[in-house]
Design a protein around this ligand. Structure first.
Ligand SMILES: Cc1cc2nc3c(=O)[nH]c(=O)nc-3n(C[C@H](O)[C@H](O)[C@H](O)COP(=O)(O)O)c2cc1C
Ligand code: SF4
Length: 518
């Protein structure tokens, strides 16, 4: 019987040498004349163990990691193909606590299937949601998505069903589905993992969105820094067209839907939905004033659904298992699961999909294992560059949109960056302002001018120039940016800045401390 060996082709695994490992495995197979094949799967998301190689044995899958190409001959010598080699043996991957504790709904297939095999996709539950959808009315599909409680995973947490309903209810000769795969937030990689590890789930989600709203064309806007995701998505779209998953008669139904892949040019603000639309239209990536909402006048002036990759990729399981199944996970108004991305100075960095409701402390200390340096955690930034810094005293905050908002924070795209006690929070606050100054689209004054003044003022505090007056000035500036900016780039930059000032005041009086010590 042919033995299957899984070597991830995910960018994270590639960066850690997965291609070299695959080559070494292939060499051993041919040198030893073995009956084995290699499948390049997605990553399971346990990045500290990548490249994580798995062998399909009679007793199930056995994982090894992190494997280097140099380990490969020894592994084969020691009975790797039957799962007996002991070096770097992790055992059944599903039993590794980091994976065992997860609830994988959106990421159910990632790391398990061959990302570009539609047969494998179907064999593992793929297309069941779409098959249900084609037998339903658009209004019923929208109702399912609304009832599931799914909220946008791109950052704002807006209810997906309500957005879809607006597009469905807006009459037009042409409508669009735009998938936001710009994934600009620091510490985030969930969108990339889906596109590289299970591209058909995104395609399926987009097709369902099209049928639900009457849109016949979809675009996936992918950041240019993701060449592997772009390549995988392009191949997957091609395969989907050949299999009539895309085209004039989706799965033999009267519905038409096709997808085009577009590559961004590298601006953080192009992840903001209206900026993204301008970029897609070939214009400069500058934010549009709302109204009109994109759902009414979006791409090329037509009604448009803009959703994040994870929002769309979560739809197939909802349409397959039903709204109630999905809604049963989570807490409060945060329903279902969320792929949490753990990064920064952390021992076990990776992707952890869980129902909403775990506390931040559980995620950082138990799942993430604390800092990689072994020093105490000083702060964690949740929600990318516009997210607040939380100290350990807020670790009892549950992962829930409202709970985070109540503590002046945000979940955003669920990226978590961990910092140990060597972090200087004044520098982090300055970084937030500088980031905003560099990435600002320039359309409104509070963001364009405010962020530059913010950097200058924080620099003055660092130099002990009238620190109290300048701290008051930064606070004032943050209020102006928060309430006067046109979009969340200028509007949310105050979150990292003010959380750093409020939770770590000692870092904002370095010179004062020096004076006191004199
Ligand atoms: C500056 C800025 C950057 C953003 N970047 C992204 C991004 O990279 N990906 C994303 O999905 N949403 C991003 N958003 C949020 C989008 O504007 C929008 O809310 C989202 O695409 C809607 O999809 P959802 O409802 O599925 O979350 C960004 C917003 C702002 C203000
Ligand atoms: S807040 Fe900044 S990025 Fe947003 S519209 Fe204003 S200038 Fe542009």
């Amino acid at each position: 019987m042919t033995v299957t060996i899984y070597v991830p082709s995910d960018s994270g695994a590639l960066a850690l040498g997965a291609d070299k490992v695959a080559k070494a495995v292939s060499k051993e197979i041919s040198d030893r004349g073995l009956d084995a094949r290699i499948v390049r799967n997605g990553s399971r998301g346990l990045y500290w163990l990548e490249p994580m190689v798995e062998v399909e044995t009679e007793g199930g899958r056995v994982a090894y990691g992190p494997v280097s190409s140099k380990d490969v001959p020894g592994l084969f010598e020691a009975g790797f193909l039957s799962g007996h080699a002991r070096v770097k043996r992790l055992g059944n991957p599903e039993e590794i606590p980091f994976l065992a504790r997860q609830t994988r709904l959106t990421f159910a297939r990632v790391g398990i299937t061959d990302p570009l095999s539609l047969e494998d996709y179907e064999a593992h539950g793929g297309l069941a949601g779409l098959r249900n959808a084609v037998a339903m009315t658009p209004a019923n599909i929208v109702a399912q998505v609304t009832d599931s409680g799914l909220r946008g995973r791109g950052g704002a947490g807006f209810p997906t069903g309500i957005k879809w309903k607006t597009v469905l209810d807006t009459a037009s000769d042409r409508k669009y589905i735009v998938c936001n795969a710009d994934e600009g937030d620091s510490a985030t990689f969930a969108d990339r993992m889906i596109m590289e590890g299970d591209p058909f789930v995104l395609i399926e989600g987009m097709v369902i969105a099209g049928i639900a709203t009457g849109a016949t064309k979809g675009f996936v806007y992918i950041r240019s820094e993701y060449p592997h995701a772009v390549a995988t998505m392009e191949k997957a779209v091609e395969i989907a067209r050949k299999a009539s998953l895309l085209g004039v008669n989706v799965l033999g139904s009267p519905n038409a839907f096709d997808i085009e892949i577009r590559v961004g040019a590298g601006a953080y603000v192009c992840g903001e939905e209206t900026s993204l639309l301008n970029s897609l239209e070939g214009k400069r990536g500058i934010v549009r004033a709302k109204p009109p909402l994109p759902a009414i006048q979006g791409l090329f002036g037509k009604p448009t659904v803009i959703n994040n990759v994870i929002s769309l990729a979560s739809v197939p399981i909802i349409m397959d298992r039903g709204a109630t199944f999905y809604k049963d996970f989570g807490m409060g108004r945060s329903r279902g699961t969320i792929p949490i991305q753990i990064a920064g100075n952390v021992k076990h960095g990776g992707l952890f999909e869980a129902a909403f409701g775990m506390t931040l402390g559980e995620i950082v200390e138990e799942i993430g294992g604390g800092t990689a340096t072994g020093r105490p955690v000083k702060a964690v930034q949740v929600g990318g560059p516009l997210g607040a810094y939380f100290p350990p005293s807020l670790f009892d905050t549950p992962f829930d949109y409202e709970a985070f908002a109540a503590k002046d924070g945000l979940i955003g795209h669920a990226g978590i960056t961990v910092f140990d006690d060597s972090a200087d929070m004044l520098k982090q606050a300055r970084f937030a302002m500088e980031f905003c100054a560099i990435e600002s689209c320039g359309k409104c004054t509070p963001c364009r001018i405010g962020s530059t003044r913010g950097v200058e003022t924080i620099d003055k505090i660092a130099q002990n120039i009238e620190p109290q007056k300048n701290l008051a000035l930064v606070t004032d500036l943050c209020n102006t940016m928060k309430f006067g900016s046109l979009c969340a780039l200028g509007g949310f930059t105050p979150y990292p800045v003010m959380s750093a000032i409020n939770h770590f005041p000692e870092d904002f009086r370095p010179a004062a401390t020096a004076v006191a010590a004199e």
